[in-house]
Ligand binder design. Sequence first.
Ligand SMILES: [Ca+2]
Length: 298
Amino acid sequence: MHPHRSSFARLAVGFISLLLCVGQPASAQAAGDYFYFDAESHASGAPLPQPPFFPNPWKEPHAEHPKRGKVVADPTAPQGKQVFRWEVAAPRTTELFHEVRFARLPEARVKDYYFAFFVRFDRKDGRDIWHDGDGDSFDKGLEVIGEGIRWVIHFGNHAMRMPRHRFSCFLSNASHHLNRELERYDGFYQNHDDFSRPHASQQNPFPLEYEKWHAVVFKLKWATDNTGEVALWLNGRKALEYRGIKTVKAPGTFTRLQFWGTIAQPAYDAPPHARSLDALLFTDDWQRIVDLGYLNAR
Ligand SMILES: [Ca+2]
């Protein structure tokens, strides 16, 4: 075959492949996304794909792994028809820890980023996962990690005087504590709207219910000086906002996302339960947050 024709044929095949790739269903990530996974493109019952999800320490790709979540069909799915879920035996401590590889790395510069997902916790025998009241019982839930970056979205109760059988969501800047003067019990608590920090005169943490999907949006404005910002929307309502803060320490290069670092610390006494996620997104495009429904009331 003429060498030019051969090259042209290879080019044509490559171009058609690219077109097929671009033509993926709506669950594919968009231009501004650094990570997106909504469990729609894998068979129900399949283990979470590896990459991008790495149980730690991870085993060979596609090997059975006790820590791996599964893609499952769920008529209550907040996006599409499938979600991803862990059936958690009791008691678990740090054994479900996963690292998540970005599809492409976010840039280490002053910029607004959004980490959004739907999350749901189902009790198995009526017992709550976390202690309510003024208890201390929470997860290192979902995290943004890098060189000089660590922001943790926690679920549970950190002495927040939670109503009976409810839990909440708060932030921490674990490891770095770049704004120690703003922290209470090592955490950034709800301070926006009607919501309040623990042990303020008015106690009103955002109460989240078991057996329901919740939409979480975390805003991280990257800044090594005092111009950064973090914010948290829960089910479409802004519950937390801290502006004019340091959010990263130089060099501030992003490494990964991670989740389920701890479960119900410090007692590690969570009963059997299921935890589910859907539409896990890291983006710089606020319109994606709007369009995918993370700000809808639930
Ligand atoms: Ca889905």
